[in-house]
Write a protein that binds this ligand. Structure first.
Ligand SMILES: [Fe+2]
Ligand SMILES: [Fe+2]
Length: 165
């Protein structure tokens, strides 16, 4: 059985993964409306991953004899100030999620729930990967400066494929 404290933070994490999914969907829609096909594909893929994350938490809680709450999710922003800004917002969001996952790691140790501690490690690795892939994109965008985003929009398609396991 999950402790009440863990149940609470895991439920909260379902909401955070759900918000991440919505945020990436908003970013995908924004990029698509701007005509960036590669960038929007990248964000649509992120959206799918975040939905998967949300499902992982729901299924884990239920597997542990709990009953996960499907949350109400806030509306993400509709507009973004530019391609660089959209990736900066995405990095900031991933960093917030990493802090949140780390907090769950800490609580699972406090509660001596080694099953959850072991299970959540997948997310520890996943956050490292997600932060570094967004950071790589931002590094490329910094190199380009105000240069050609048309090429970048094509390059990001292959960056995704490389990053995938
Ligand atoms: Fe996630
Ligand atoms: Fe993420």
């Amino acid at each position: 059985m999950l402790s009440k404290k863990l149940e609470k933070v895991l439920n909260k994490q379902i909401e955070k993964e759900g918000y991440a999914a919505q945020l990436y969907l908003a970013m995908a829609s924004w990029s698509e409306a701007q005509g960036y096909e590669g960038i929007s594909n990248w964000f649509y893929e992120q959206h799918k991953e975040e939905v998967e994350h949300m499902l992982k938490f729901i299924k884990y809680m239920n597997e542990r004899g709990s009953h996960a709450t499907v949350p109400k999710i806030d509306q993400p922003p509709k507009d973004f100030a530019g391609v660089k800004k959209v990736f900066e917002a995405s990095l900031e969001h991933e960093q917030m999620v990493t802090r949140s996952i780390n907090e769950i790691v800490g609580i699972s140790l406090e509660e001596k729930d080694f099953t959850t501690h072991n299970w959540i490690q997948w997310f520890v690795d996943e956050q490292l990967e997600e932060e570094s892939s967004v950071q790589n994109i931002l590094d490329k965008l910094n190199l380009i400066g105000d240069g050609n985003l048309y090429m970048f929009d094509r390059d990001i398609m292959s960056m995704r494929a490389e990053g995938e396991e």
